[in-house]
Design a protein around this ligand. Structure first.
Ligand code: SAM
Length: 389
């Protein structure tokens, strides 16, 4: 505790010296999140927990590590996430047993889709053991969960077979371009495109059928890669999705001038490969789907800046250390780790989740949209690597 505070002070001094603007560590070990309320009367868990805006809890993202081997400039910039950064220690992380227990409780509340993320989830030791444990969880109707994972693909070649054997069903791989110079500049650790493509190939070889590739588009940095990425994945069975550069966290120097609206992404692809709008697969789907008119597949766009979708958000997030967040842009979480470690029953924890969700009222992206065209709301937000992208 004490040494972590010292480290924090050293980081601040270092930042002041370098005059880096608005760089705030995601967590300072000075306190925990909010205490979730179990309530005086316990209710039977059910799958119709609605928040104040009528949104139903349906999916859960779990960050399994706050560490990553990439230093993407829009996510974990080197200047902040350096060797002095106060990453969580092993004992602060939720254990596999705790993650599985929490997942099982969430599934009793109607959650059917689980996405493991981070940080880089494949860096969590023995992740396949966790996947195997999660694959045993059943919904109240006796169905297995839809288990998926987001990765930068860097060690996918090594891990793909074990992930598949453990029961992982789907995969999303992040890749911001095909041009090595651009990609290396964005991941900032000199990682080559070819190795990510090889990871994707490995996943296909072991039988992953439903692979998606996410490309974060930063105007002026990699937007000229949009059409070549579309061309590369067109007809491959892999669905490419373009994500607007978002103002997550407090360290990536976000600016609206660097956001290329998804509308523009679609226009650029459409000019070369004609597209038509496709129906959403399910209500609340984050990506808008566009189909190639020649039948060679589809692309998606995730427009959380220019076309917000807060009103259909059915997602909760569990941070690496067991805090429940109700929004990617939140600045406070609810401390479920302490509940898990204090002998509370599954029923009590389920009630705490229900009470937390019913009080939910956030709609950050809509507020950001109406606030100003150029700035995020400016309040301190947790980093994506900790809360899970
Ligand atoms: N390490 C894994 C990966 O690279 O996919 C999982 C974690 S990463 C935080 C999850 C996703 O969030 C990635 O697709 C990443 O590109 C995206 N992401 C991170 N920061 C972002 C930002 N500022 N705007 C938009 N997307 C972002």
């Amino acid at each position: 505790m004490v040494w972590q505070k010292h480290r924090f002070i050293a980081i601040i001094e270092n930042m002041v010296e370098k005059a880096i603007p608005k760089v705030i560590p995601i967590r300072i070990d000075e306190g925990r999140g909010l205490t979730p309320s179990i309530g005086a009367q316990l209710h039977t868990p059910h799958g119709n927990t609605q928040d104040r805006r009528g949104r139903i809890l349906r999916d859960l993202r779990i960050s399994v590590t706050d560490r990553c081997n990439f230093r993407c400039t829009y996510c974990m910039p080197k200047e902040v996430f350096d060797q002095n950064y106060p990453y969580l220690s092993h004992k602060e992380l939720l254990s596999f047993e705790e993650i599985t227990r929490l997942t099982s409780i969430f599934s009793s509340l109607g959650v059917e889709k689980i996405r493991l993320t981070g940080g880089e989830p494949l860096l969590r030791k023995n992740l396949e053991v966790l996947i195997d444990m999660l694959a045993q969880v059943r919904t109240p109707e006796g169905k297995p969960l839809d288990l998926t994972l987001t990765t930068n693909g860097s060690i996918l070649r090594k891990k793909a077979a074990a992930l598949k054997a453990a029961g992982l069903q789907r995969l999303t791989v992040s890749l911001d371009g095909l041009d090595d110079v651009i990609f290396k500049k964005m991941n900032d650790v000199d990682f080559p495109v070819a190795d990510v493509l090889d990871g994707i190939a490995a996943a296909q070889e072991v039988g992953f059928a439903n692979i998606k590739v996410n490309m974060v588009v930063k105007k002026g940095t990699n937007d000229h890669e949009i059409v070549s990425m579309a061309k590369h994945f067109k007809g491959s069975g892999i669905i490419l999705r373009f994500i607007e550069f978002m103002d997550v966290g407090s360290s990536n120097g976000w600016n609206m001038a660097e956001v290329l609206p998804s509308k523009e992404v679609i226009a650029r692809i459409n000019a070369v490969f004609p597209l038509e709008a496709a129906e959403a697969n399910y209500s609340g789907e984050v990506a808008q789907r566009w189909r190639y008119q020649d039948g060679s597949g589809e692309v998606g766009v995730i427009s959380s800046v220019t076309q917000t979708f807060c009103h259909e958000c059915t997602r909760a997030r569990i941070s690496t250390d067991g805090q429940m967040y109700l929004c990617l842009f939140a600045n406070e979480g609810f401390d479920f780790k302490t509940l898990l470690r204090s002998g509370k029953s599954d029923l009590e924890i389920a009630n705490a989740i229900m009470n937390t969700w019913v009080a939910r009222d956030d709609h950050y992206s809509e507020i950001r949209g109406s606030n100003t065209a150029n700035q995020s709301t400016g309040s301190r937000k947790v980093e994506m690597s900790y809360i899970g992208g």
